[in-house]
Design a protein around this ligand. Structure first.
Ligand code: ADP
Ligand code: MG
Ligand code: MG
Length: 897
């Protein structure tokens, strides 16, 4: 039998339901579901997404059988409504609405009042006893159809309407009478013929097929393509088309149209919340031609609105609507976003879907619904999108703080941050590496600035809107951002910016508020008083549920006591990556580090290292105190040494003077250490193979610190020493011996036992492949997926901006592999390493410490690959906890991939 392409709903017989979303689209499936629930849904039918796909597969030809099925569906609709398509005495009018599986802006706009022509409009006028209504509907139809289906330019139609209104002293559309609309309709039709070369289609069937084709077409329009790419919606889903009998909210004072949420979408409060318009059609509410009014009396009073709410103006219909929304919420067990129309006192439901909400509202609604017995804690956890927590976790400015506003702009990315003004992305990256908080201030940003944006605590631009590069990237990175601060002028040469007569110099402290006040993002002078979002209440309950569900551990990447503290508050179970080189950059130590690098002999090197030792020990003491007995993975020195050296001749001269060495010798050494390709150069454990003293000093610092904290607190620290950039077993064995010897000496001297692990990072393909033998020397593997991605794909992250976007746009890569792990390539290496490693050492601990550790999709992959934990930056810890719970819940029904 041929595939069925059309499903009817409402008016007695309904073929589909909510479970058929893939085939009927969200709108169609929910219309069918509401009809099945016995709610008042105007009857209609849905043409399936499969029909859309077949249409495209055959080169834009109607699939076989579709025309006959639609003809039958129209006949059924005529029977259900008692009206007939094209019948002047009693015309059937319909809306044609697109509806994909996921709600998707960018698709075709709805066409209302389809079926009108000169004859049916005249008939409608008689039947409704309201000529103005009929011709208002007719002109709306011509306008919408011309724009949406015939794709003619809006402006000509607007000009016709405006000219008429001017010439006839009409202030607004409501002043135009029936004769006026007739006049305008004639002009519209002329315009259509002129612009398209063909008369406006009068035959309702032709109108209908034109609209159906337009919906299918819109699936591939550029707006829809962009949206799909942004949200990972496959092209293969296709869109459905809904054809539905019209109901009229524009039939006088007892008619209305509105939209509502069953709970408050911004706070989550359990109160019905919505807007409506009397004597209007659906589009008017969103179009902003008239200002809609609150639905409930309480909301009206709160706003101080004089005009009656729907609750007061139409109490019976309101009571009915209340009943409907309660039933819908109980049925869908989620907050609903609904559309309705009242035709002469009778309520009709036109749409329902799960409502979009803020992160705060999603937490509250999830928790309330568990308390109401509507959903389980597992469902509550799944209701909160992990990435959305980002909005909540960043510090904001204390409400009581008195703001000294330098300049305002667009609130492009939420949260607030304090830092020193820098104008240059390279400088931002350098300073951040040295542990400084910086704010990057630019006219606008481009992909070449990514490293500086990433390093900055916040970003400010003087140009660009909410979708500018700066805004999009900052939101993605979770950095607060104010963009389009047009009153701000940067003078890079002078090292300053000027705004509203004030001069702010490079290095000055400012605060950026990307969440905004009264709709404006703000740049403030000085360091504002900050507050953290309270981690109690709804948030804490959802996280508690998530923790009880997840199987993956969650640690943090942190090296400063501040970061460690934040991460622990956010629920980190330990440190997965503590980068020791950050400690080397600190202003007080860099001199000793440089001395160590410039040393000519091992003895000189040891002398310099002994100056660094006490600092390094202090760092670890603080961290161990905070960690208690939680595991702390400490990575020994990783970057190439030249990163610590001065580069320009002037810098060399200054450093040479302060170190009391010959500037020439210094410059020579700098030159010697320069590398063509430092990413693949003299770095990681290669440093320790050449200069064992470095790792020996670091290990000694770690174990002396651990011993000190154990004595002082009575709690034994749990250090895990991690060797970076390993390529094979023998290499790791050699480095391991250095660490073990230093540990033995330090612990013997302190007279304390500290159990510890030595493990390695897997960040090179060779290490992944040789994992079985490497595991003989390693108690744990931590996948450094940043480097592993670079070395597997042969792509340098810093140079990727030039082409990676192109690869994603052209579909050559599904995702940016630095955002979400490349599952097929890098993922397979992780899998190989995990399997081979565990085959040699069954209790091998496995974790990931690349930036992917905070990305929900990558976390799900880690779960499937059987890792023990993920590690991510402090602010992403709650996101990772929640994402790990999602991964565990979605694993259950399926077998391992
Ligand atoms: P969107 O997805 O943009 O909301 P819709 O298809 O839901 O598009 O329709 C746009 C507007 O037209 C909505 O206000 C909707 O309620 C209204 N509408 C759609 N179909 C009908 C109908 N058959 N009768 C009356 N109003 C309708
Ligand atoms: Mg809608
Ligand atoms: Mg690395």
């Amino acid at each position: 039998m041929a595939e069925r392409f059309v499903y009817g709903f409402g008016g007695g017989r309904t073929d589909g339901d909510a479970a058929m979303r893939d085939l009927l689209g969200g709108k169609g499936a929910n219309l069918a579901e509401m009809a099945k629930l016995g709610l008042p849904v105007p009857p209609g039918f849905t043409i399936t997404t499969a029909a859309c796909n077949a249409y495209y597969a055959s080169g834009r030809v109607w699939p076989e059988g579709l025309e006959a099925e639609v003809a039958q569906a129209i006949a059924d609709l005529e029977a259900k409504t008692g009206k007939r398509f094209g019948d002047p005495a009693n015309p059937l009018l319909v809306s044609v609405r697109s509806g994909a599986r996921a709600s998707m802006p960018g698709m075709m706009d709805t066409v209302l009042n389809l079926g009108l022509n000169d004859d049916t409009a005249a008939g409608l006028a008689v039947k409704a006893g309201d000529e103005r209504f009929a011709y208002d509907s007719y002109r709306r139809f011509i306008q919408m159809y011309s724009h949406v289906v015939l794709e003619l330019d809006h402006s000509a139609f607007e000009a016709i309407l405006e000219t008429y209104k001017d010439e006839n002293d009409c202030r607004s559309d409501t002043d135009v009478d029936a004769a006026g609309w007739k006049h305008i309709i004639a002009a519209y039709k002329k315009e259509v013929e002129k612009a398209s070369g063909r008369p406006f289609p009068a035959d309702p069937k032709e109108q209908l097929w034109g609209a159906v084709a337009a919906v299918f077409r819109s699936w591939m329009n550029p707006r829809a393509n962009v949206y799909r790419k942004l949200h990972n919606i496959p092209e293969a889903w296709g869109t459905a088309v809904n054809v539905q009998a019209m109901v009229f909210g524009n039939m006088g004072e007892t008619s209305a149209t509105g939209v509502a949420f069953t709970r408050d979408p911004s706070t989550g409060a359990k109160r019905f919340y919505g807007e409506f318009l009397i004597n209007a059609q659906g589009e008017d509410v969103v179009a902003g031609i008239r200002t809609p009014r609150p639905i409930t009396k309480a909301a009206r009073e709160e706003m101080g609105d004089k005009q009656l709410s729907m609750e007061e103006a139409m109490p019976e219909v309101f009571a009915q609507l209340t009943d409907v929304y309660r039933r819908l919420e109980a049925h869908y067990r989620d907050m609903q976003d609904i559309e309705f129309t009242v035709e002469q006192g009778v309520l009709y439901m036109l749409q329902t879907r799960n409502g979009k909400r803020t992160a705060k509202a999603s937490l509250k609604i999830a928790v309330d619904m568990v308390d109401e017995g509507l959903i389980t804690p597992q469902e509550a956890v799944l209701r909160v999108d992990p990435s959305s927590l980002d909005q909540l976790l960043h510090p904001t400015i204390s409400p009581s703080f008195k703001r000294d506003v330098i300049v305002q702009g667009l609130p492009a990315s939420p949260g607030a941050a304090i830092g020193k003004v820098v104008f240059d992305p390279d400088e931002a990256a350098d300073l951040a590496q040295r542990g400084e908080a910086v704010i990057l201030v630019r006219t606008e940003t481009s992909p070449e600035d990514i490293h500086g944006m990433h390093a900055a605590r916040a970003i400010v631009t003087s140009r660009g809107g909410m979708t500018s590069h700066a805004a999009v990237v900052a939101r993605g990175m979770g950095r607060p951002c104010v963009c389009g601060a047009t009153d701000l002028r940067i003078d890079e040469a002078q090292g300053q910016f000027i705004a509203n007569g004030r001069v702010i110099r490079r290095g000055d402290i400012i605060t950026v508020d990307g969440s905004g006040q009264k709709g404006w993002g703000q740049v403030l002078a000085g360091a504002a008083e900050m507050v953290r979002h309270e981690l109690t209440g709804d948030f804490a309950r959802v996280m508690e549920w998530a923790d009880s569900i997840r199987k993956l551990g969650v640690r943090t990447n942190a090296e400063t006591p501040d970061d460690v503290r934040v991460a622990l508050e956010f629920g980190a179970e330990g440190i997965g990556l503590c980068r020791t080189e950050h400690m080397f950059f600190n202003a007080g130590r860099i001199a000793a580090v440089r001395e160590m690098i410039l040393a000519e002999t091992a003895a000189e090197r040891v002398r310099a290292l002994s100056k660094i030792l006490p600092f390094q020990r202090e760092d670890f003491v603080e961290i161990f105190r905070l960690l208690g007995d939680r595991p702390g993975t400490i990575r020994l020195l990783d970057p190439p040494l030249h990163e610590f050296l001065p580069h320009s001749p002037e810098e060399c001269a200054t450093v040479a003077a302060s170190l009391n060495v010959d500037p020439k010798a210094l410059q020579a050494r700098v030159k010697e250490l320069m590398e063509v390709n430092p990413m693949l150069g003299f770095r990681g454990c290669r440093l320790a193979i050449a200069y064992p003293e470095i790792y020996a000093m670091q290990a000694r610092a770690i174990f002396e610190a651990a011993a000190q904290v154990a004595k002082e607190t009575g709690v034994t620290p749990n250090p895990e020493i991690m060797i970076p950039f390993v390529i094979g077993r023998k290499e790791l064995a050699a480095v391991r011996a250095i660490v073990e010897e230093a540990a033995r000496e330090a612990l013997a001297a302190a007279g304390v036992e500290i159990p510890y692990l030595i493990g390695t990072m897997i960040e090179l393909p060779r290490a992944a492949l040789r994992a079985a033998e490497i595991a003989e020397e390693a108690s744990f593997f931590s996948f450094g997926t940043n480097d592993l991605t670079q070395t597997t794909l042969g792509v340098s992250r810093d140079d990727a901006a030039k082409f990676l976007g192109l690869y994603v746009d052209r579909g050559l890569l599904d995702r940016d592999p630095f955002v979400s792990i490349d599952a097929d390539g890098v993922g397979e290496l992780v899998q190989i390493a995990a399997e081979r490693g565990r085959s040699a050492r069954p209790d091998l601990k496995l974790g990931i410490c690349g930036e992917h550790g905070g990305d929900p999709d990558s976390i799900a992959l880690c779960m499937r690959l059987g890792l023990d934990y993920v590690s991510c930056s402090p602010f992403r810890v709650p996101i990772a906890r929640l994402a790990a719970a999602h991964a565990a819940l979605s694993e259950k029904p399926q077998s391992r991939a």
